[in-house]
Design a protein around this ligand. Structure first.
Ligand code: FRU
Length: 550
């Protein structure tokens, strides 16, 4: 027999007898809170199982480092204390010897002090985030859940990460709320408090918190043959532990990839309303008890992540409108009778740029009454052990403009609490204003308010040599996007800027239009400068330095 055939024969015999090892594994008794795992960006994605008593409790993909890791990720294993846990990865050459247990995560000492960590925006300790999910206020806490890949700085393994805050500024990340299961990985959704216990799930004194999410069937090995469906989970302990409802899915698949349920209580009809993305738009369902849902209507021309809420116009509670938007933020204003949304205007745009899939909080107390939004900031974080970020929370309002009612967005007032110091000037030349800006070096952790008057048809602001604002008053464009001031004969523009380490958010003319972008690394520490042809006047300039939230 030829050597090649002989090797093939041995190989086949070993394979048939199940002796070839395709995977690597390690076993340990859990004594500490975390398992720390080394990750390398250049390793291939492999599937890892965490097996307890013969059952795969968790299954996810990971790029385990073979030698020097780029960063470390962690799994909270406190639930398995005292138990034997086996880690199995489908790569016989994997190096599992560096995985270790500890009561702190690897890198705890430098956590939130990494060189490019945003300093007044939420980012996860480790891993990728995209959409904010389940935004809800309960018992003095704002809950921010988020699409989370705990094991990579890229998208995948969708879990719901979870953080809480008392002031919308300082966030405490408290760990994963929802883990993938055999119905799918955990795609986007919303949260609410079942104040009247309509679902009958309340046990004890705390109201039941509910979250609605999409189980994205087919996005993992264990959910291979399942379709997308809408599911519910609930908590009886202020959101610290989450129980998946035994009757899931509460809304079986309707069309492929229907997803992102937004749920809220509609007082006038005494019903729950659920808006979900289906095919070419958003469908509205109602329910008396969160468990049985009836399809009521559908509105086309929205993609992903529905939002739907009522707002007073110009602060007048007797004159309200409903606002519907999708992940892009383009919105319609109209009315809602509890079943059907009827738009009364064309589709509008209030924000562009990095923001995507923004959601607003449910159950903000009536005494506060604000509609507060958080958006995913599609901003990369090179070299960091996390990817992306959340944008700064904004308050949404409806205001009458010469063109009709429009949605405005402004940073929440809590931002005042971050103020470190502040300087204000009136009526400056462009040279004087640039001198003032120059005192702030490369321009980080700043809040700037300015009102400029153009001396010709374009003016703007650069940061580190990159354009962050260019207003063309002749073609009516801000950074190439159409923008019209309320007074058509005005050469004025006002702006508010929030500048963190990797992001810039810009709010124009009191929030009539806003946008967000990546803050590129400063070139030669050029900092901030007003630009204009031939120049501009700065009517007023206010610069605040901000404290870190960490
Ligand atoms: C929007 C989105 C959602 C989906 C989620 C998955 O960014 O695509 O439609 O639920 O992200 O992570």
């Amino acid at each position: 027999m030829k050597k090649k055939n002989f090797i093939l024969l041995i190989f086949s015999l070993l394979f048939l007898s199940g002796r070839i090892i395709w995977s690597a594994e390690t076993e340990m008794t859990i004594e500490k809170r975390f398992l720390n795992l080394p990750v390398s960006k250049s390793s291939d994605l492999k599937t890892m199982k965490l097996v307890v008593n013969g059952t795969a409790e968790q299954e996810f993909t990971i790029r385990l480092a073979k030698d020097v890791p780029d960063y470390w990720v962690f799994i909270d294993v406190s639930a398995y204390k005292g138990k034997k846990v086996k880690l199995v990865v489908d790569d016989a050459t994997a190096n599992l010897s560096r995985i270790y247990q500890e009561d702190v995560i690897a890198g705890q000492d430098s956590l939130y002090r990494e060189s490019k960590r945003p300093q007044f925006h939420f980012t996860p300790k480790r891993g990728w985030n995209n959409d904010p999910n389940g935004l809800v206020y309960y018992g003095g806490e704002y809950h921010l859940f988020f699409q989370h890949n705990p094991y990579d700085v890229l998208w995948g393994n969708m879990h719901w990460g979870h953080a809480v805050s008392k002031d919308l500024l300082h966030w405490t990340e408290i760990g994963e709320a929802l883990y993938p299961d055999n119905l799918g990985t955990m795609f986007s959704g919303s949260g609410a408090v079942d104040i009247n216990n309509t679902a009958g799930l309340q046990k004890g004194p705390e109201k039941t918190m509910v979250v609605f999410y999409t189980a994205a069937g087919g996005t993992s090995d264990i959910s291979k043959d399942k379709p997308f469906s809408q599911c519910m989970a609930y908590s009886n302990d202020k959101g610290r532990t989450w129980i998946k409802y035994s009757g899931n899915p509460v809304l079986p698949n309707v069309v492929a990839e229907n997803r992102d349920p937004k749920v809220f209580w509609h007082q006038p009809t005494n019903k729950w309303v659920l808006v979900v993305y289906e095919k070419d738009g958003h469908s509205i369902y109602t329910s008396p008890n969160l468990k049985n849902w009836q399809r009521e209507s559908h509105i086309a021309n929205f993609f992903e992540c529905p939002e739907f809420f009522e707002l007073p116009v110009d602060g007048n509670a007797k004159n309200t409108r409903w606002v519907m938007y999708g992940a892009s933020g383009t919105y319609m204003i109209g009315s809602f009778d509890g079943k059907t949304f009827t738009p009364e205007s064309t589709k509008k745009l209030y924000t562009t740029g990095a923001l995507y899939a923004a959601q607003t909080f449910n159950d903000i107390p009536a005494s506060d009454g604000r509609r507060i939004q958080i958006g995913w900031g599609r901003i990369s974080q090179p070299g960091m052990p996390f990817g992306q970020m959340m944008l700064f929370p904004t308050e949404l309002t409806l205001k009458t403009t010469p063109d009709g009612i429009r949605l405005f967005s402004n940073p929440v007032r809590e931002i005042e609490l971050l103020k470190k110091n502040e300087q204000k000037w009136d009526v400056l030349t462009i040279q004087e204003a640039n001198e003032k800006l120059g005192q702030y070096g490369p321009g980080e952790l700043l809040r700037i308010k300015a009102k400029i008057v153009l001396e010709d048809f374009w003016a703007g602001l650069d940061l580190g040599g990159n354009t962050i604002l260019k207003y063309d008053a002749n073609f009516n464009l801000i950074n190439e996007i159409p923008y019209f001031t309320d007074n058509p004969a005005s050469m004025e523009l006002s702006m508010e800027l929030l500048i963190d380490r990797t992001s810039v958010e810009v709010f124009i003319d009191g929030g009539k239009y806003s946008y967000s972008l990546e803050r590129k690394p400063a070139q030669n520490a050029k900092g901030l400068v007003f630009t204009g042809n031939p120049g501009l006047k700065v009517q007023s300039l206010e610069i605040q330095t901000l404290n870190s939230i960490w």
